[in-house]
Design a protein around this ligand. Structure first.
Ligand code: C2O
Ligand code: CU
Length: 489
């Protein structure tokens, strides 16, 4: 009830007013954290692991007895967690039971463009789509969500999203917490607004997009998690459409950051806080004492945005949220901290960079152009190391996500990235007026006629056109899709 009260108190002031939202101390943590079910799968005669996902409309009681209209995969809200192994072939049988087109994009996945689930792979109402690919990347916390052209924000906000976890031998050898939903826990954080009856409502929009005044974690309002082990692995996903978080515990305890978007880090990073913009993920290990309680919170600040004070306002102010209460049992299973070395994360050699591209984000545009489904913006040659220099030209929040690859941050404003940003990434928050240099290589899957996307992952911005398209071609190849404006740099 506390959370709903706060929603009412701050309704409508997210952007226009002083913009300070705070639910700290107001959340009663009365509901057990929902754990998205593991997706069922089977192996077909050709050895592919097969999953089924159906996008459908339904209703969800975020507040008991008060149904809200929502969308989900295989259920009324969010979707099951898909799990696959490196080297496995997977096929997902996607069905659309909505009455409008949607798509399912595998965010962070390295795969052929035709399987990517972007705006060119729309699934019509009543239609089906069956992407199949081989998992060819390290263990990681990936996710999936719709990507229909111009409608992504609305589809994700309604509840279409889920996690896609990848495992491999290198990860297993580390003995990290791995019991799903017990000591290895998905934490999908989304902001939402509720009316005074507790019904989820449309959130007011602003420059950054719609911002809600309450948080849902895995679709649970005011959640707690019973902790049964000394060390718990949280897989944090910012599944919000616009809001940026800076997660930390109420007592500022140190956690071990062990993984980012595309996989585990070389070594754990001890930190008190983790900033995630929409679409970014982080894996952290949290150590607890028997009987203890610890509240995961987010306190956004101009500092965390790497920007002057005024930037915090479009994000809903210097906002603060109670996110999730961890409640440790009186006896906890023994568990170790992460080992000092995790996995190899081989560096790209900047001397090998063969192509440089620059991208500037501002307004609704990248490089002064809005997204055009019929235009290929960039043509990339397979196997070539590229440096993409990305810049947010505004004093407003933007981010940058590239499909198909995991990249590495070479520098931020000319400085090497901090340890927490030194691993595999597919989405980054772009502090204003700062050059982010990214190194990436598109190793295979050349297809001159099917583009991948790059875009701001504040989903309203994506929908408004802050997105571009690239194709990957064989050496000497060229895009064969309608090309009106190719501008290789
Ligand atoms: Cu998470 Cu192009 O998207
Ligand atoms: Cu943006």
């Amino acid at each position: 009830a506390g959370a709903a009260g706060i929603a009412l108190a701050f309704a409508g002031c997210g952007l226009a007013g002083p913009g300070t939202v705070s639910t700290i101390g107001e959340v009663d943590f009365a509901r057990p954290l929902a754990i998205p079910p593991l997706a069922e799968s089977w192996v077909d005669a050709d050895g592919a692991r097969v999953f089924e996902l159906e996008a459908r409309a339904g209703s969800t009681e975020f507040t008991d007895g008060v149904p809200s209209e929502t969308w989900g995969f295989n259920g009324p809200y969010l979707g099951p967690t898909l799990v696959a192994e490196r080297g496995e072939r997977v096929r997902v049988e996607v069905a659309n039971a909505l009455d409008e087109p949607t798509s399912v994009h595998w965010h962070g996945m390295h795969l052929p463009a035709k399987m990517d689930g972007g705006p060119h792979q729309a699934v019509e109402p009543g239609g089906e789509w069956m992407p199949e690919w081989e998992i060819d990347q390290p263990a990681a916390t990936l996710w999936y969500h719709p990507h229909p052209h111009g409608e992504t924000e609305r589809h994700v906000e309604r509840g279409l999203a889920g996690m896609f976890l990848l495992h491999d031998d290198a990860e297993r050898a580390l003995g990290l917490p791995s019991e799903y939903g017990v000591d290895d826990v998905p934490v999908i954080v989304q902001d939402a607004s509720f009316d005074d009856d507790g019904r989820r409502g449309r959130r007011p929009g602003g420059f950054a997009g719609a911002l809600g005044d309450d948080l849902l974690v895995n679709g649970t309002l005011g959640p707690f998690l019973d902790v049964t082990s000394e060390v718990t692995r949280l897989r944090l996903l910012n599944g919000s459409t616009a809001r940026i978080y800076d997660f930390a515990f109420d007592d500022r305890r140190t956690v071990q950051l062990i993984g980012t978007d595309g996989g585990l880090l070389e070594a754990p990073v001890d930190t008190e806080h983790v900033r995630l913009s929409p679409g970014e993920r982080a894996e952290v290990l949290v150590r607890m004492e028997p009987g203890e309680r610890a509240v995961l919170q987010s306190r956004m600040s101009a500092d965390a945005l790497g920007a002057p004070e005024q930037l915090a306002a479009p994000n809903g102010g210097t906002d603060a949220f109670d996110v999730l209460e961890l409640r440790a049992g009186s006896a906890l299973g023994a568990a170790d901290d992460a080992p000092d070395r995790l996995v190899d994360v081989p560096d790209f050699d900047p001397a090998d960079v063969a192509v440089e591209r620059d991208f500037s984000l501002g307004g609704h545009e990248i490089d002064d152009r809005e997204m055009d489904m019929g235009r290929i913006d960039e043509t990339v040659t397979v196997g070539t190391l590229e440096r993409w220099t990305v810049r947010n030209e505004q004093q407003l929040p933007h981010s940058f996500h590239v499909h198909d690859v995991q990249f590495r941050i070479e520098s931020i404003g000319g400085q090497p990235p901090p340890a927490e940003l030194a691993g595999w990434k597919d989405t980054i928050y772009l502090a204003p007026r700062t050059d982010f240099r990214l190194l990436m290589r598109f190793d295979d899957h050349a297809d001159p006629e099917t583009p991948y996307m790059y875009h701001c992952h504040l989903l309203q911005h994506e929908d408004q056109g802050m997105m571009g398209q690239f194709v990957v071609v064989e050496p000497g190849g060229r895009a064969t899709m309608t090309e009106r404006n190719d501008h290789d740099h």
